[in-house]
Design a protein around this ligand. Structure first.
Ligand code: ZN
Length: 300
């Protein structure tokens, strides 16, 4: 058997993986663009991954800590970068490039954080600094139509979808329980959790966008569905022990967040009438002796 040539050894070495990261023949992260393909605004940002090449030339010691360029971006970094990319007046080219990198990072999260993470900590950090140099996009400026084939999905505003808990059926008709979390200082920062029993897990951003859009299409029904199934208010989590609250499947105050005032007043009045017709005081607590079917009628 022939001994491998120096060139073969060098080629093999480049194809070797470092930790869980496999580099391509350029000694870069797979799918990463060549410098010349990178928009000017991000070019300085792209210089960060130069480290892996030098790293490859050094003797490989598994215990050596990975260079910063090979540490994946953190969840907080990526979420912040998302809002910056959305809100700041960066070029369309830079935005598209950033979105592609974020999409690769999202895919990595969806895969269980294995393999190519697409966006390193240092690149994310540099991109965040770059974006912050740009002013906010003007609210009045016409928004250019999205270039991608799929319509760009936005995170619903707090008015469109308040923080809280919701129940909605998935495509297979199975009921799912979700928790929409919003930042206290920055309510536009959203996380979506799917609840299973006492536990919950965060939904990856891409899937979360489509679920958030479905919830925002009819948040009142999804919030009341949650209350009907769980017996607690979807907004404040208090037990629905009051008769009117139990019938409406949401607290009388919290329910007001999902309706215009007159509609919500009419709904509450119709609920009270129903309870009175059954000889029950709407202000009273639900009792075993109530001869009344509280099961959800979300059309009230
Ligand atoms: Zn409530």
């Amino acid at each position: 058997m022939n001994r491998p040539t120096a060139a073969q050894i060098s080629a093999n070495r480049r194809a070797q993986s470092i930790g869980s990261i496999r580099l391509d023949s350029r000694g870069e992260l797979p799918g990463s663009r060549r410098r010349s393909e990178v928009p000017a605004e991000f070019r300085s940002v792209e210089q960060a991954p130069a480290a892996p090449t030098r790293y490859l030339d050094a003797p490989v010691r598994p215990s050596t800590p990975l260079p910063v360029a090979q540490v994946p971006a953190t969840d907080a970094q990526v979420n912040f970068l998302r809002t910056l990319v959305r809100d700041r007046a960066i070029s369309d080219e830079a935005r598209e490039h950033a979105e592609q990198r974020i999409a690769r990072w999202d895919a990595w999260v969806t895969r269980g954080r294995i393999g190519d993470f697409g966006l390193s900590k240092s690149v994310a950090s540099a991109a965040i600094s770059k974006c912050k140099e740009h002013p906010f996009r003007s609210q009045t400026a016409p928004v250019a139509p999205a270039v991608s084939e799929q319509p760009r999905r936005e995170v619903p505003s707090p008015e469109q979808l308040p923080a809280g808990r919701y129940a909605i059926e998935n495509a297979e008709g199975e009921l799912r329980f979700y928790h929409v979390w919003r930042g206290t200082e920055r309510p536009t920062f959203v996380k979506l959790y799917v609840e299973h029993g006492p536990d919950s897990s965060e939904v990856p951003f891409k899937s979360a966008l489509s679920i958030l859009a479905r919830l925002a299409a009819d948040p009142a029904t999804a919030a009341r569905r949650y209350g009907a199934e769980i017996g607690s208010c979807s907004v404040c989590s208090r037990r629905l022990t009051n008769r009117l609250s139990r019938l409406l499947s949401i607290g009388p105050v919290c329910g007001g967040r999902f309706y215009v005032e007159d509609d919500w007043s009419a709904i509450k009045e119709s609920g009270r009438e129903r309870l009175r017709a059954a000889g029950l005081d709407p202000k009273g607590e639900v009792d075993e002796s109530d001869n009344f079917d509280y099961s959800a009628d979300l059309d009230i």
